[in-house]
Ligand binder design. Structure first.
Ligand code: 3UK
Length: 536
């Protein structure tokens, strides 16, 4: 297909064809035209169809309709092209907490045929530098409240030439330039396979990798999981915690609501109490957050029952069966679990409320196929643990990275997760393949032991790893954060060990228990078990 990109960096750095996954477009909704710009589909289409007055984004003290968002995005697109010299294919770094201007900037980049590189607000100059370097980023739009690390990055990496700040009122602000710009913009006629997004992996270990996604990938994820699993309506009000730089957040809080003409609530800070306040204030109906957040929020079940909240989505980490039960009991709502990955853009195995099974992630989302394979890539029988392999309309394309060969084999995406499929075709998460503990010949999945421990009322959070042991090869070690007021003593260790032995096979109990004040987590909330291996 003829690219609209003048700057062909992305296309030049796609993985070679024989290293790419196989893409599936079997569903009729996935037969995309050659020319496709996702901003036209997700934003302009609503205005053109007379829905411009519907609310699109809400945030504390602010409401934007679809027409308002279009006006802002068009103006920013004009600023990018006319004032900042953007040509199609250039990479634009975006840096802000979840707020409306970040969304306007994201759509402006799509409209102008650029490539959005959204970054986590907490990143420091060193990490931003690496992103600018890997993505050869020339432009940046940054929230003024996060200017300092951006300034240091631009100073150290001169290829980042064009920088504007928003959410402040200075004469050189993005807003001032928007005032002068036209509210009309003709979207660049991008090819459906032009890259529009570089998603940097949150990765629990190692050097950052950029995953490349096309305009059609953005639309593909809107056609698969939402209509078949979430089933939102135009009257839903979405809310949640994941940053928009994390594709879980981008999909759940921007793309999916807009794909059905619904509205979204953006919170710059979304800890459990702030989420609760947001749900109450904005009458949110659909919630996206991580398992730990659901565990904490469950304590506020009585208040949540008085809100119109009706659908709750958990992803990013395994959802313990105990958390599903706790949430159901507290709120009456059955959680929707789903496994997604930056490489695949969004969720590919999931279930709706009526097909939820405790401990299971679900079945392949329509549009995707999944299987469990052995080390040679051969499918294993039901009930056997192996590696998860997936394919669908989206898949892994690392920008110029050797690790492409590890993630994609024979056209299948290997996510790095150990899974078991049962006879009914349900997929059960076991562990990251690196987090399988082998003790005295037994296979023990760290999350299973964590789940057992978490069911104890004294436990707030925990993490389980295998530590070297002369006799057994490895033993199970648990790092436990106790709830306030609980004693960190030998009696508690014994209590927890006995408790685990009663719920799972006794050989899985943690032979070592250490109490800690908090657990190491990534900015997307994922447990960093490898950091626990590093503690002496
Ligand atoms: C793990 C899960 C068990 C799993 C993501 C939804 O998490 C997302 O992307 P990342 O690239 O991480 C991918 C890895 O995270 N994981 C995610 N969800 C689950 N494990 N149950 C789950 N429900 O190890 C996977 O390989 O950060 C999630 C949507 C978009 C995303 N990018």
């Amino acid at each position: 297909m003829t690219t609209a990109h003048v700057d062909t960096f992305a296309r030049d750095n796609l993985p070679p064809a024989d290293q790419q996954p196989e893409f599936l477009f079997d569903l009729p909704a996935l037969r995309f035209p050659e020319r496709l710009n996702c901003a036209t589909e997700l934003l302009d289409r609503h205005v053109a169809a007379g829905r411009g007055d519907r609310v699109c984004i809400r945030a504390p003290g602010l409401t934007w309709t679809y027409a308002d968002l279009q006006d802002k995005a068009n103006r920013i697109a004009n600023v990018l092209v006319q004032d900042m010299g953007l040509v199609p294919g250039n990479r634009v770094l975006l840096r802000a907490p979840n707020n409306p201007m970040l969304v306007a900037c994201w759509f402006a980049v799509m409209k102008a045929g650029g490539i959005a590189v959204a970054t986590m607000p907490l990143l420091r100059a060193k990490e931003l530098w690496a992103i600018v370097e890997i993505g050869k980023v020339s432009h940046a739009l940054c929230d003024a409240h996060l200017a300092e690390e951006m300034r240091l990055t631009a100073l150290e990496n001169p290829q980042l030439r064009h920088l504007r700040h928003f959410n402040y009122t200075g004469p050189d602000s993005l807003e001032a330039a928007m005032e002068r710009a036209s509210p009309h913009f003709v979207n660049v006629d991008t090819a459906s396979d032009d890259t529009c997004l570089l998603g940097f992996t949150s990765g629990t270990t190692g050097v950052p990798k950029a995953t490349m996604h096309f305009h059609r990938d953005i639309m593909a994820i809107c056609q698969c999981w939402p209509p078949h699993v979430l089933k939102p309506t135009k009257d839903d009000v979405f809310i949640g915690s994941p940053p928009l730089a994390f594709t879980f957040g981008l999909g759940g809080l921007v793309l999916f609501p807009m794909s059905v003409g619904a509205s979204t609530v953006l919170l710059e800070k979304a800890s459990p109490p702030q989420l609760l306040d947001g749900i109450k204030e904005f009458h949110a109906t659909v919630l996206f957050t991580a398992p730990t957040s659901y565990r904490t929020l469950a304590a506020r079940g009585i208040e949540l029952r008085r809100t119109p909240l009706r659908k709750c989505v958990s992803a990013g980490e395994a959802l313990p069966a105990s958390t599903r039960a706790l949430w159901k009991e507290a709120t009456g709502i059955e959680l929707i679990d789903g496994i997604g990955a930056t490489e695949l853009l969004h969720i590919f195995i999931s279930h709706d409320e009526s097909n939820a099974r405790p401990g299971a992630t679900g079945k392949p989302v329509p549009g995707y196929q999944a299987k469990v394979v052995d080390d040679n890539g051969h499918e294993v029988p039901p009930g056997t643990i192996g590696k998860l392999a997936v394919k669908g309309p989206t898949g892994c394309r690392y920008l110029a990275d050797e690790r492409q060969k590890t993630y994609v084999k024979d056209g299948w995406n290997l996510t790095g997760d150990a899974y078991v499929m049962d006879a009914d075709g349900y997929f059960f998460y076991q562990a990251r393949t690196d987090d399988m503990i082998i003790s005295a010949g037994y296979n023990i999945a760290a999350p299973e032991v964590e789940d057992a421990l978490m069911a104890h009322p004294a436990v707030a959070e925990c993490a389980v790893i295998g530590v070297p042991d002369e006799e057994r090869g490895q033993i199970v070690k648990a790092y436990v954060v106790l709830r306030p007021g609980q004693e960190q003593d030998a009696a508690m260790v014994k209590t927890l060990q006995d408790f685990v032995k009663q719920t799972v096979a006794p050989y899985k109990y943690p032979r070592a228990v250490e109490f800690v004040d908090k657990l190491p987590r990534t900015q997307t909330g994922k447990l960093q078990r490898f950091k626990l291996h590093e503690t002496p």
